[in-house]
Design a protein around this ligand. Structure first.
Ligand code: ADP
Ligand code: TRP
Length: 331
């Protein structure tokens, strides 16, 4: 039996390099060896994006971009979260096992309250509970996500444990997953924080960016006059550029610029030019494929409907078991 994998991406904008290296690259590798459920987290997007006029386009866009990055809808179940009402029911049971105090302490909740103090809704507070339901509904063992999701995963394990203890063992404790090493955090180009869909768009490289746009963003990345003596300490924002380079450039290029830095002879303009060209080489084929897939709406609708059917089967089994264990079977 293949082990089960679940992950989701919110349809709150175009996907970017952080999504690719934090999540999608792992999805693509995992589809060969695991039983994978990947979904567009449309309910989650309602917690921060209540205006749904562009939701449908965003859902299809996220789907097209994932397929362009290498996901095969024949191999994995690709669906929209809202196609599985079982998730909402499981969320309800888990909400009784989640405490207000721990939810208020969640880093992402505190960040979102700070960013948008006028819309601190209950859905935002219970965001990690809904996420736990997404994962537990398929009784997943692994969840490929970026580093920013580590705390949510820990909470999902706590809710699973509490359910298993209160009722009967049903849920495995899901682990965050990255092939090979630690979870990834792709830094933004302005030297602060991570690339992200909605914040500082000029510091984020999107998979739909044109070649010109990619060059422009990379050339604008923060640098300084360069080290004045050999083997200086590298500032954060320069480390970030090297980290980005390691993702898309060959080893020789990275080595050359590292040596230049250590020899205090580095020219950041040259580094950024090389990085920009490697980014273009990396992103352009994905962008072009995504555009072609996005144009075929009938195909995308078929993918969503087949995916929902596959995912539904597994969700139904879990929710029936859950009801039985909670003691809600009356006839
Ligand atoms: P965003 O934060 O851009 O809105 P999502 O919250 O929908 O993106 O995240 C989808 C997936 O992409 C998650 O697994 C998340 O951990 C990962 N991810 C998002 N941004 C980054 C980043 N800068 N570095 C690494 N992984 C990221
Ligand atoms: N919270 C995740 C994010 O912001 C998206 C998400 C929702 C998710 N449900 C999930 C990720 C279940 C993994 C598993 O990136």
């Amino acid at each position: 039996m293949k082990e089960i994998v679940v992950s989701g991406i919110r349809p709150t904008g175009h996907l970017h390099l952080g999504n690719y290296f934090g999540a999608m690259r792992n999805y693509v590798r995992m589809q060969e060896e695991y039983n994978c459920y990947f979904f567009v987290a449309d309910w989650h997007s309602l917690t921060t994006h209540p205006d749904t006029s562009e939701l449908r386009d965003s859902v299809l866009g996220v789907l097209a971009e994932n397929i362009a990055a290498g996901l095969d809808p024949e191999k994995v179940a690709l669906y929209a979260q809202s196609a599985l009402p079982e998730i909402a029911e499981l969320y309800l049971y888990l909400n009784m096992l989640a405490y207000k105090g721990e939810l208020e302490k969640t880093t992402t909740f505190k960040d979102k309250v700070r960013q948008n103090p006028d819309n601190v809704n209950a859905g935002l507070l219970t965001y990690p509970v809904l996420m736990a339901a997404d994962i537990l509904i398929h009784r997943a063992a692994y969840v490929p996500v970026g580093k920013d999701q580590e705390q949510h995963l820990e909470m999902a394990r706590n809710f699973a444990q509490r359910f298993n203890y209160r009722y009967t063992e049903l849920f495995p404790e899901p682990q965050a997953f990255n092939f090979g090493s630690d979870l990834v955090k792709v830094p933004s180009l302005d030297g602060t924080g991570k690339m992200s869909k909605s914040e500082n768009q000029l510091a984020t490289l999107y998979l739909v960016d044109s070649d010109e746009m990619i060059r422009k963003k990379v050339m604008k990345a923060k640098t300084d006059a360069g080290p004045t003596e050999p083997n200086s300490t590298m500032p954060d924002y320069i480390q970030n550029l090297f980290m980005l380079m390691e993702l898309v450039s060959d080893r020789g290029t990275v080595e050359k610029f590292r040596n230049d830095f250590n020899g205090a002879s580095i020219r950041y303009g040259d580094l950024k030019k090389a990085l920009a060209e490697d980014m273009v080489r990396f992103i352009a084929p994905i962008r072009e494929k995504a555009a072609a897939i996005y144009a075929d709406k009938d195909y995308l609708r078929r993918v969503l409907s087949n995916g929902a059917e596959k995912a539904h089967e597994s969700a139904r089994k879990t929710i029936e078991e859950t009801r039985r264990l909670v003691g809600l079977r009356y006839f």
